[in-house]
Design a protein around this ligand. Structure first.
Ligand code: ACO
Length: 428
């Protein structure tokens, strides 16, 4: 029997259907609210209670610490799949056969050339520019070099736009870093795997051969998988809402990159490492920073802690913490920052303030330590996050367009001045 929610507004009762998802989550469908109540709307700052869409891509249960892409657990995918398989799964809904995967990779390779003129745009940025700003601009610039709009009703057109951005984006990521470090720009090596190629494009020096390190390849592969999607977070919602106006895929992705940049979202991985560095410089006094985080008159927050949805633990953080130990061990690196992070985590998990608010380490708490061990500069951490999130953004954009969702356009409750007669400037 279908479930109903009853809402009484100004003495009148209205019924709304309750939708039930495949994991038994419930959502009150208030589509008709304004029409049946004569214009009453809802207010939900930060959309803490509001579902913006129905989606079949990612399921997460923040209480139980569950994260699944298309039904597959993040633990299984991080352990057993590679990034390109996961990208295919997210975007097209099923794990690829070997044949499908080979074709997918070969099509991505074929589309990986970025117009040489994009280098002129890159040249115009000062070396001090933050890589996320540069990446967002270059992604937007791709629109100018690939002007044909995507016919979303054509499977072929959709597929081509997907492989195009998956091919070109790693080149932009590598160029963003290389330009900042004064290294020549190139197009990578199409004989390599996707992740191997990313590493070579980023780190190849002009005067020596680049030798792949399997530890780094595996670590990056895992990090990218763990970041690949996270349902309706800030950047993904941005991609969907920009795309809902029928702006192109690259323009929507560029907006998503800007949303990811903020320190409350993807920018937290950079902020975490800077915080850990500051604690180290300050003599390693974690207690002092714990006190600052709890002091409501101090804007400082424990970066990498807390999550809008996870109120138990972030399953990605568990995997990354283990991976950080393994990668540093395998590379023979002893990083005092890792000890500070572990100390801080232990204190926070035992502290009443953090316990009461259900604040646990999130995906960003340990990822920066691995990126740093890989030789990736701190200001590139969020760019690496964007590289991982790319398939998720694409999958969500594609789903939104295929479902023919309406343009995203929230309502508001106006609390400003009511009508006032205009005053000429002399009378003000
Ligand atoms: N340090 C100290 N206190 C915190 C922290 C933190 N990291 N996070 C939340 N709190 C406190 C808040 O002050 C608030 O306390 P109060 O109830 O006494 O007012 C309470 O916990 C709830 O916090 P909100 O900000 O209301 O929670 P919200 O769901 O809006 O925010 C967020 C989630 C943005 C992730 C927040 O926890 C935060 O700022 N964390 C630090 C930044 C970070 O790590 N971001 C990465 C998130 S993961 C990602 O985007 C990939």
């Amino acid at each position: 029997m279908s479930k109903i929610a009853t809402l009484e507004v100004n003495g009148q009762k209205h019924e709304f259907p309750i939708l039930v998802g495949s994991e038994n989550e419930s959502a009150i469908n208030i589509k008709t609210l304004r029409s049946v109540t004569g214009g009453v709307t809802t207010i939900d700052p930060g959309y803490k209670n509001t579902g913006s869409c129905e989606s079949s891509i990612t399921f997460l249960d923040g209480e139980k610490g569950i994260l699944r892409y298309r039904g597959y657990s993040i633990e299984d995918l991080a352990e057993k799949a590679d990034f390109l398989e996961v990208a295919y799964l997210l975007i097209f809904g099923e794990l690829p056969t070997q044949e499908q995967l080979d074709k997918f990779h070969s099509d991505i390779r074929e589309k990986s050339i970025v117009d040489d003129d994009v280098k002129k745009i890159l040249d115009a940025f000062p070396k001090t520019a933050h890589p996320m700003g540069v990446l967002s601009s270059l992604t937007s610039a791709l629109t100018a070099f690939n002007p044909s709009s995507v016919n979303v009703d054509s499977e072929e057109d959709m597929y081509n736009s997907v492989v195009k951005i998956l091919g070109k984006f790693p080149v932009l990521v590598a160029w963003t870093m290389r330009k900042k470090h004064g290294l020549p720009l190139d197009y990578g090596d199409n004989s390599l795997g996707y992740v191997e190629n990313v590493l070579k494009m980023m780190f190849k020096k002009p005067n020596e051969e680049y030798v792949q390190n399997q530890i780094l390849v595996d670590a990056l592969d895992k990090l990218l998988i763990l970041h690949a999607d996270h349902e309706q977070n800030c950047s993904t919602s941005t991609v969907r809402i920009v795309g809902s106006s029928h702006a192109g895929l690259f323009a929507s992705l560029s907006a998503g990159i800007s949303a990811l940049w903020g320190p409350l979202h993807g920018g937290a991985n950079q902020a975490v490492l800077e915080m850990l560095e500051a604690i180290k410089e300050d003599g390693g006094d974690t207690k002092k920073y714990m006190a600052k985080a709890k002091d409501k008159s101090d804007p400082f927050r424990l970066m990498g802690f807390g999550h809008r949805v996870y109120k138990n633990f972030d399953p990605r953080a568990k995997i990354i913490k283990k991976s950080a130990d393994e990668v540093l061990g395998d590379l023979g690196i002893e990083d005092p920052i890792l000890d500070i992070a572990k100390g801080l985590e232990k204190e926070a998990l035992e502290d009443q303030y953090f316990v009461d608010r259900k604040l646990y380490p999130n995906v960003d708490f340990y990822s920066g330590i691995i990126y740093r061990a890989m030789g990736i500069p701190t200001d590139m951490f969020t760019v690496m996050f964007a590289l991982g999130r790319l398939p998720g953004w694409i999958a969500q954009w594609r789903e939104m367009r295929l479902r023919k969702e309406p343009i995203g356009r929230p309502r508001q409750l106006y609390i400003g001045e009511t009508y006032r007669p205009f005053m000429t400037i002399k009378k003000r």
